[in-house]
Design a protein around this ligand. Structure first.
Ligand SMILES: *Cc1c(COP(=O)(O)O)cnc(C)c1O
Length: 392
């Protein structure tokens, strides 16, 4: 990895990430251009944020129209975009109520609060939440404590108490730990930052059964997996499981800061004053959310995502076979390729040089999270560009 930049142009930016010395100036669909005009095929998409790719006309149009009409009346008032998006989300999920936020961490923070309040009201003050090793739920203090990211154990101590960390896909461990003190189990249907590790169907369905039996809540963190990313509108639908609480982020705003906390009526127990946020239900970002969701709901769109997910998987399996790499894992358009003994961050750097943007969530894994609108031709181009990089 390169060192944080020492160039005076970049030095005012806090070095919270090791950034390449490239300045991106323009985007369209699956493509980004830097200031020098060099073009990159983007299979990162702002970490699965630009669900419809860069500057999709539906998102641009919604933002332009909303920006010229009403930005933000106040989180204490209703606005048409907020109501429209909440209606669409509840109509197309098993949830009844929505709280809008601006980031995935904020939505998850709300989910933790909601579960704790429910435990106070309905489970004798139970407040502990079972989460999983390698899980990622955000960067606020509570969501960091909920996460199982290696290396975070010693960071920003003392940690928020109340989380029990168990091995992922280990139902027996949950069965042992889920006692009267536990109010909820919280997981990503596919662990994204952890390296694209899907929950097994038996695990998801087992968690639903156990939480029902033991009067605890099931919280799906769908910040990365939701909004069509995994081939279903929400990934839990593909598991045949209905959680009590779901959080959304990333793709829901199509590139602008929007997130959501959804709950069933039985669990939705915030009273006025319990939860809020200056940008909650912001008209501008909700208008983008409406544009994204309406596009996903258009006839044939999700079938297209599933077909492209299958093509991407097949393409990566071909690359793997040609270069002796490992397995392809994930769901829909959230896939990872096991690079075996080849250094994934080095492949990412070489690919970037060649005009292909990828991400390595682990030292031996490449992650692919293209726009849901990626074309078959762009997926094939990714395959040939990746092979050219690997051949060097
Ligand atoms: C990205 C992510 C978050 C955090 O979202 P932010 O918008 O960065 O706060 C939480 N959970 C999951 C599963 C994520 O992938």
């Amino acid at each position: 990895m390169s060192q944080p930049s020492s160039s005076p142009r970049f030095s005012p930016i806090m070095p919270t990430a090791v950034r390449p010395e490239i300045v991106f100036a323009k985007g369209e669909g699956s493509w980004l251009w830097d200031e020098s005009g060099k073009r990159y095929l983007d299979f990162i998409q702002g970490w699965a944020v630009n669900a419809l790719g860069h500057c999709h006309p539906a998102v641009v149009q919604a933002l332009q129209t909303q920006a010229a009409t009403l930005l933000n009346p106040s989180p204490g008032f209703y606005n048409p975009a907020m109501l429209k998006l909440a209606g669409l989300l509840t109509d197309h999920s098993g949830f009844d109520h929505v709280f809008f936020a601006s980031s995935g961490a904020e939505a998850n923070e709300g989910a933790i609060k909601l579960a704790r309040k429910w435990g106070t009201l309905h489970k004798g003050g139970a407040h502990r939440i079972i989460t999983f090793e390698s899980g990622f739920h955000g960067r606020t203090l509570a969501t960091m404590a909920a996460s199982g990211k290696p290396g975070w154990e010693q960071l920003f101590t003392p940690h928020i108490p109340g989380f029990i960390k168990l091995p992922f896909n280990d139902l027996a461990a949950v069965e042992r730990a889920l006692d009267e003190s536990v109010v909820a189990v919280m997981l990503e249907p596919v662990q994204g930052e952890g390296g694209v590790i899907p929950a097994t169907v038996a695990f998801m369905q087992g968690l639903r059964r156990l939480t029902h039996e033991r009067h605890a809540l099931l919280i799906a963190d769908e910040v990365q997996t939701g909004m069509g990313r995994c081939g279903d509108l929400f990934a839990h639908q593909g598991y045949g499981v209905q959680p009590d609480i779901m959080t959304l982020g990333k793709g829901i705003g199509g590139g602008v800061p929007l997130a959501a906390l959804l709950a069933t009526k039985a669990v939705s127990c915030f009273a006025p004053g319990d939860q809020g946020g200056t940008y909650s239900g912001n008209a501008l970002t909700c208008a983008a959310g409406v544009a994204v969701l309406q596009t996903l709901l258009a006839p044939g769109f999700m079938e297209g995502v599933r077909a492209k997910g299958a093509l991407l998987r097949q393409t990566l399996e071909g690359v793997s076979a040609n270069f002796g790499l490992g397995a392809v894992r994930g769901r829909g358009l959230l896939l990872a390729l096991d690079t075996g003994n080849r250094d994934a961050p080095a492949i990412v750097a070489a690919a970037r040089e060649a005009g292909l943007l990828l991400n390595a969530p682990r030292p031996n894994a490449l992650r692919f999270m293209p726009a849901l609108t990626v074309s078959a031709g762009e997926i094939r181009l990714l395959g040939s560009m990746l092979e050219a990089v690997l051949a060097r």
